[in-house]
Structures are given as C-alpha cells and as structure tokens.
Design a protein around this ligand. Structure first.
Ligand code: GLU
Length: 292
C-alpha cells in the first residue's frame, strides 16, 4: 500500500449536506491535511433508488463553499458498475457468494438477518449475498481503541448486489477505496457496524485494508444520528459560524478568526484525534438545535 497519506470523504447523495456530515467531512479533511496528504471526495450513489444527481451537486457546492476542495476529480460510483461487476465475478468464481431469492417477508422470521444458506436459484430474480464466516477481525482505532468483531460475520450474509441490479455500498466502498489507493478512512462511528464485512472483503480480495478511524457521531436529544431520515436541515453554504460549531465538536475551539480559510488552517494545526478518545456519540448542544 502507498505510504503517502490518502484520505477521502464519501457522502451518499440522499439529501443535502447536514451538520453531522460537515463534521465528518472536516474530520477526514483535517486528518489528511495534518499528514500532508491528499483528500479526495467520492460520491457514493450506487443506490439509484435513493440517490439524486441534484443532491450530489448540492453537496459538492456546499463542500466548495467551505473551501473543502477535492484534490482529485470527484469519483462517482454510478459510473463504475462494470468494475463492481468484475469484482463480484471474482467472488462468484471463489464461491464466496451465493444467489438469494429471499424476500424481506420471508426473512422476517430471522429478524431480518439472513441464515447461512437458502435454497435459492439463479432462475428467479435474485440478489448476491456474501457467505457468512467464523473469522474474527480486529484492529486498533485511534479514537475507539481496540475493536474486535466477534459475531458480525457469523450471523448474517450481507447483500453485495441487489435483486434490482444495484450494487451495495459494502462492495463498492471496498473496491473504490482500494482502486483509489486510500490509506486512511476517517468517518462516523455509525459505520463501525459495517467494518467487519469490509475487512472481510479486503481479505478475500487479498488487499490491505486502510487504517480506520471512527469519529463520534453527532446525535439529537434522543441519541439518534442526525440524518436525513430524522429531518436534519441542510446547512447554509460558506457560513463561518457553522464551520466553527462543527470544529467545536471535533474539540477545536477557535476564536478571533474572520475567514473560512483562516479557520481551516488553524484547525489543521489543532486537530488532535486523541482528544476524542473513547467517544462514540456527542449530543448536539442546545444552542445548535437549529441545525436539526
Ligand atoms: N457513503 C457513506 C455514507 O454516506 C459513507 C461511507 C464511508 O465513509 O465509508 O454514510
């Protein structure tokens, strides 16, 4: 793997950028720039039923308005389906995946998880699922400490390609991070749940996994992630006070700054993931409730 730091921010364009996503974008940007690395933006729009081009444009405009510029051309996942098909075919040859005709209804008796096998065929509409595994993955997260995934691969078989032909985030994210030579992922703690499956895919393809770091998730008073699903508002473009509040949740307190570029430069110097050690959730403070 390349030793030159390459980080990325990979939003799914299911809505405009909200406060929680700005915090994630900043964390990945600051970490990359602190290491004199590249920071790359990728649009994760494999789910054609939920993602919209309009939101991709809005997200990129908002990032630019905060002077968060991708160091390379923005990669758009929906332009790379042939690549995902190629890597899925490798897993088919290795017999690591199986076709599945199960429906949400037929899986309800397993609480939505998928049992190890099913009697599905490729003669009916089917998805492709990754086989379960007993392997236990573990890694050291600079913020969350040592994470060990004991049950994650045993109890379910994630979909890699859906019945409606869309590829899943799990396959696309691993293929893209590998193809783009990403060395460091800095992302929200909600994605810890996806990590074991991604480490497993890296291992099946024989690739080195990037270094992983999960920042605290910004939540509302109910402890829920600020997200489009619970109506987080779009943030205002290029707004210094918004930027300063987002930095505050990354334990960077700046006063007396007058421009966005000044704030970013100082934030790069002040960024210290250690200050967030052990924190998985950060509740939005009362004064910031206008972001949701
Ligand atoms: N596209 C994912 C999301 O918006 C993030 C993927 C990642 O950082 O691994 O939640």
């Amino acid at each position: 793997m390349s030793t030159h730091y390459r980080g990325r921010f990979a939003p799914s364009p299911t809505g405009p950028l909200h406060f929680g996503s700005l915090v994630s974008a900043l964390a990945s940007y600051l970490d990359a720039k602190k290491h004199h690395g590249d920071w790359i933006v990728r649009i994760e729009d494999v789910d054609g039923t939920r993602c919209k081009t309009l939101f991709s444009e809005q997200i990129l405009n908002t990032l630019n308005s905060y002077q968060l510029f991708s160091d390379e051309t923005v990669r758009v996942q929906s332009n790379h389906t042939e690549t995902y098909e190629h890597y899925l075919s490798i897993l088919k040859t290795q017999e690591r995946v199986f076709p599945c005709n199960c429906t949400r209804q037929s899986l309800s008796k397993y609480q939505g998880f998928h049992p190890h096998q099913c009697n599905s065929t490729i003669n009916e509409p089917h998805s492709w699922r990754l086989k379960a595994s007993d392997i236990i993955y573990s890694y050291h997260d600079p913020i969350q400490g040592k994470l060990t995934f004991v049950e994650d691969l045993k109890n379910t078989c994630p979909i890699l390609k859906r019945k409606d032909d869309y590829f899943s985030y799990q396959l696309a994210v691993v293929v893209d991070d590998h193809q783009q030579s990403i060395t460091h992922l800095v992302r929200g703690a909600d994605l810890i749940d996806t990590t074991a499956q991604q480490l497993h895919l890296y291992s099946l393809f024989g690739w080195n996994a990037p270094n992983l770091c999960h920042i605290p998730l910004i939540t509302n008073n109910m402890g829920e992630k600020i997200s489009k699903q619970n109506h987080a508002k779009p943030i205002i473009n290029g707004d210094l006070p918004t930027l300063l509040r987002a930095l505050y949740y990354l334990k960077i307190d700046l006063d007396a700054v007058t421009t966005i570029s000044q704030a970013l430069n100082l934030a790069i110097q002040s960024w210290e993931p250690n200050k967030l050690k052990g924190i998985q959730h950060l509740r939005l403070e009362e004064q910031d409730h206008y972001f949701i």
